[in-house]
Design a protein around this ligand. Structure first.
Ligand SMILES: *Cc1c(COP(=O)(O)O)cnc(C)c1O
Length: 365
């Protein structure tokens, strides 16, 4: 039995992940009758005035939270971040051009594979050489002159590393921010394109946020199939066909919540506090907990750690689950344990899991 409201659990899932309870409650209030329309928002036309307002307010919130100027286009697309791995080179990489990719984990590796289908890829840093346990320094990057663009994964959800300072490059900089968008303050104007599947920091699965700066966008190819062409979606404000209306609405509600909590600066404050607390706890107990990621590269979003044996790791996952702590298992490709704590996870959820782990250590240490 959970002591939390609605009998909920402490949710540390990596994605889809926790959504703020306040958002769920607010959506529930509108469930049968959205703003007096007599319908749930999902039952409405994507051309209705009610949805139109939701759509454009959500775009405005993205722009204001990220401090984006008028030179940026904000799109809501489908197919997940994984579709962006292919759509980006399909629209922006010619056969005779080279794009630089900084390979810092599983998702970067997938993005590279897609780009290789369209043009040349230069791996500017190969994280395999360091087991993906740290990020590159600026000096280590082997960049191409006249690269079509440079691609970086801002937070490596599976390996547990995160960029807080981004590489300085001359070519257009593109970031997959699926797992850390709006988690800390940063200068978005350094990016020509940002994309993020919503299901980690922005709400539910089913919508992918894509942000394109106009000067980079202007170089997109024309000969791309309609639905995979950025031009289609920029020209029609993401309303060429039926967009994922309900997912966009929920994203808008999450963004409203972020604003109420102090915006990105507010998120940064609470994310920093959570990370300091959790990594600090592990460092105080090095005989029992070990963080394989180099301290300077550690993610605030996905905290990867190990116990002395795999048997103990399995037991912590199971006992955690029974005590109401969900999602402690590491990704199947790397093993070990992982606590994912995106914007929606409050400081109190991290305090609670630390208390649980203290007891577990006492019983098993
Ligand atoms: C989860 C994730 C993806 C994959 O997202 P989908 O929406 O499932 O395609 C890509 N990149 C990163 C960094 C992720 O965390």
């Amino acid at each position: 039995m959970s002591e939390l409201k609605h009998n909920r659990v402490y949710n540390f899932n990596a994605g889809p992940a926790a959504v703020p309870l306040e958002v769920l409650e607010r959506v529930q209030e509108q469930w049968f009758n959205f703003q007096g329309s007599g319908m749930n928002l999902m039952e409405m036309s994507h051309r209705s005035k009610e949805f139109d307002a939701v759509h454009n307010e959500t775009i405005a919130r993205v722009k204001s939270l990220l401090n984006l100027g008028d030179e940026y286009h904000v799109l809501f697309l489908q197919g997940g971040a994984s579709t962006q791995f292919g759509m980006l080179p399909m629209n922006f990489l010619n056969k005779d051009q080279t794009a630089d990719y900084i390979n810092t984990g599983t998702w970067s590796t997938k993005a590279i594979k897609e780009a290789q289908k369209f043009g040349n890829v230069n791996v500017a840093f190969d994280g395999n050489t360091v087991d993906f346990m740290r990020l590159p320094t600026q000096d280590e990057l082997q960049l191409t002159e006249d690269a079509a663009y440079v691609h970086v994964t801002s937070n490596n959800t599976i390996k547990g590393t995160q960029f807080f300072e981004f590489p300085k490059v001359d070519a257009p900089l593109i970031a997959d921010m699926s797992s850390d968008i709006l988690s800390h303050t940063m200068d978005a104007s350094q990016f020509s394109m940002i994309y993020a599947g919503a299901q980690k920091n922005l709400g539910p699965s089913g919508v992918t946020l894509v942000i394109l700066r106009d000067d980079f966008y202007a170089t997109a190819h024309d000969a791309v199939t309609t639905m995979l062409s950025y031009k289609t979606h920029v020209d029609k404000n993401s309303l060429y066909n039926t967009p994922p209306t309900f997912a966009i609405y929920l994203m808008g509600e999450v963004l409203k919540w972020v604003e109420e909590k102090g915006g990105v600066a507010g998120m940064e404050q609470r994310n920093r506090a959570k990370a300091d607390m959790l990594y600090g706890f592990f460092e105080e107990n090095p005989e029992f907990f070990r963080c394989p990621v180099s301290p300077e590269s550690r993610s605030w979003m996905n905290v990867c750690f190990r116990l002395p044996t795999e048997e103990l790791e399995g037991r912590l996952v199971n006992e955690g689950k029974a005590a109401g702590f969900i999602g402690l298992k590491g990704h199947r490709s790397v093993g070990g344990l992982r606590i994912s704590m995106y914007n929606a996870n409050g400081v109190e959820s991290v305090e609670a899991v630390i208390n649980f782990m203290k007891g577990f250590m006492k019983r098993n240490g």
